[in-house]
Design a binder for this molecule. Structure first.
Ligand SMILES: [Fe+2]
Length: 209
């Protein structure tokens, strides 16, 4: 990513708590619902898995669907619309991943692009978000770069709009008198990591007071 270049950003004022977006960002369970037509067809929720808990971060692997994975490994061609980041091997091109550096450093990355979400709380039920896209510098040199970029920005906006809808509905749900906590799926393990981190922070702040 040291080679990366920020090529696009968009600013969003959101009507939900920052942790609602963060938790949505970090789990893959909702791919099969909210992103049924955008992400689920190539990043199926079922195959996702999470690295063990670390006090500093949480990372989830989002493997491509099996047929795509096999094709990439057999052909040695990453099959990405844009050039991949330098230093990646073909085996690294068979998955995307999401990364959270506690508390609010968010990356959604593919071999050929990284979405960096800059998330700031602005109130108990509002937050400010800047979505950005980072590409390898070599991407700007390829033929039809402008057309491909336009298409990839649009697909980033498309799945983001699906998340905005879900997050707004989640905030509404949190305010409902019918709200009750439920169990997490194993596909939501990063949420458990984040809550563990928050519990540690609260514990630390209580021992200081
Ligand atoms: Fe999402």
């Amino acid at each position: 990513m040291a080679d990366g270049q920020l090529v696009w950003s968009a600013h969003w004022e959101c009507e939900f708590n920052w942790k609602v977006l963060l938790e949505n960002f970090m789990e893959a369970y909702h791919h099969m619902g909210a992103h049924m037509k955008t992400l689920e067809p190539f990043l199926p929720a079922r195959g996702c898995w999470t690295e063990s808990y670390d006090p500093e971060f949480s990372a989830m692997h989002l493997p491509l669907k099996d047929t795509m994975k096999q094709e990439i490994l057999a052909s040695g061609d990453p099959g990405t619309p844009l050039p991949i980041f330098p230093g990646l091997e073909i085996k690294d091109c068979t998955e995307w991943w999401v990364f959270l550096g506690f508390p609010n450093f968010l990356l959604f990355s593919a071999p050929d692009r990284v979405y960096w979400y800059r998330l700031l709380p602005t109130g108990p039920e509002t937050c400010s978000l800047m979505t950005t896209m980072i590409l390898p510098k070599s991407a700007t040199q390829i033929p039809n770069y402008e057309d491909i970029l336009k298409k990839e920005i649009q697909s980033g906006i498309d799945f983001h709009m699906e998340d905005m809808e879900v997050c707004t509905a989640t905030q509404r749900g949190l305010n409902s008198v019918a709200y009750a906590q439920g169990r997490l799926s194993h596909l939501e393990e990063p949420i458990w990591h984040f809550q563990k981190y928050l519990a540690e922070v609260i514990k630390r702040s209580q021992s200081y007071s």
